[in-house]
Design a protein around this ligand. Sequence first.
Ligand code: GDP
Length: 532
Amino acid sequence: MTQLADASNPNVPVEARRRRTFAVISHPDAGKSTLTEALLLHARAINHAGAVHGKAGRGGTVSDWMEMEKARGISVTSAAIQFEYADAVINLVDTPGHADFSEDTFRVLSAVDAAVMLVDANKGLEPQTMKLFAVCKQRGLPVITVINKWDRPGASPLALMDEIQNRTGLLPTPLNWPVGEAGNLRGVMDRRSGDFLRFTRTPGGATAAVSTRLSAAAAADEEGLEWENATDESELLDVEGQNHDSELFLAGDTTPVLFCAAVANFGVQQLLDTLVEFAPPAEARPDIEGVPRPVASAFSGFVFKVQSGMNTAHRDHVAYVRVCSGEFRRGMIVTHAATGRPFATKYAQQLFGRERTVIDQAWPGDIVGLVNASALRVGDSIFEDEPVEYPPLPLFSPEHFRAIRPVDSSKHKQFRRGIEQLDHEGVIQVMRSELRGEQAPVLGAVGPMQFEVVEDRMVHDFHADIRMEALPYQVARRTDKASALLLAPMRQVEVFTRSDNTLLALFSTPWRLQAIHRENPDLVLIDIANAT
Ligand code: GDP
């Protein structure tokens, strides 16, 4: 023991403390890409003095990252962007959204220490945001709320606070408060110092906006009634106890709120400052027994995402690992907890923009992509020296279902092997029923794009052409044997056994599910996303 402790690297706790690893949860079009670019612009502008006035315009690395995703669609993954800001190292882990919304989107949330909930001021909390928020809540992740597009008219800040509180159960504790109505953004009041941060519009938003800080007295002079309104509303929040409290935030009870206009780079620096000041650093993670493994222990991590076929020239297989403890050094030999086998990490990389940078070193909180790690699957742990196993990643409730068959029945072996492999990698959920037979599995997915991945992989990797037929079900619930017997004969219901032996009942619509549950309140019907 003493020897291990002596051998441990003193830089590990220091590096872990600098890390802020987070993901943005939002609905398509809320401004995630715009915010990502703005964050990078700020970080770059501040770290490289001169860039503010230089040509650090849009269209840089991040755009490429997005373009690449668009152009190459499903075969490309964007894992994490890392940048330095102040003394911190920020890891922004991408949550695939839009059409490629999938279980991966949810799994990313197990690899981060905090989430930024990005809300379009005029649209409020939209469905995808709520789905992702539910996972954050279940995991106890601290959530920072960012209200975007405040440069557009229409929204009421107090009404938005009510909506957040009512629908998430979190008490909103605004750190800044808008001065000037939505659409006439004058700036924000920094609620802790009472200062006014004036909004300076920069043409095209191509450079990091330099916000001017004014005292409350100066703000009152300049903004008059607008400032007075903001002060009144902020006092109302004081009375309601809506002020930031680190302990309550970290416990998942409150959410600090920022108002911004990502397109104009306004409020973005406040978000970076908030992440550095309040978001938790990489800390000890509980293992499968619930015992926290200190960050200073030997290297360990777990796979939260596996992606195949990223490089079309050679259909490689990348396992993304969240580093939980110790120092990762490229080339180190680690142990794969599931098999006890050694695993060489010769090909480690960080995905950044179009380029894959080979990384030599990583610390707790960082994301590492291990190439050709075909033995590693989603949820697997790897470690050096001191064994550890992290809890398995939960499976989420599928909402799309397809019956799948090989086109050529003589290819049944390839077909079976392919389905097994994709199930093993966590690409898709595989279920079967006695009714349909062993040879006719049904696939379940969180997002329909997962089926395209299946089709592509089956044809190219397993040489089995397939036929898929959409099934008319929209919602799944976990059930037990006794309930399954009662559910089986019902209309618009079908019962399956998933490959992990969970019994799943599929329902045609959420209303059908509700009606059945109302008529049969004793049936066991568990929402999978909320089950442990
Ligand atoms: P994503 O789908 O969440 O990645 O959203 P995008 O970043 O692509 O933004 C969607 C649209 O909203 C684009 O047309 C953006 O220019 C626009 N947008 C993003 N942020 C703002 C903002 O602060 N104000 C306004 N007015 N538009 C914005």
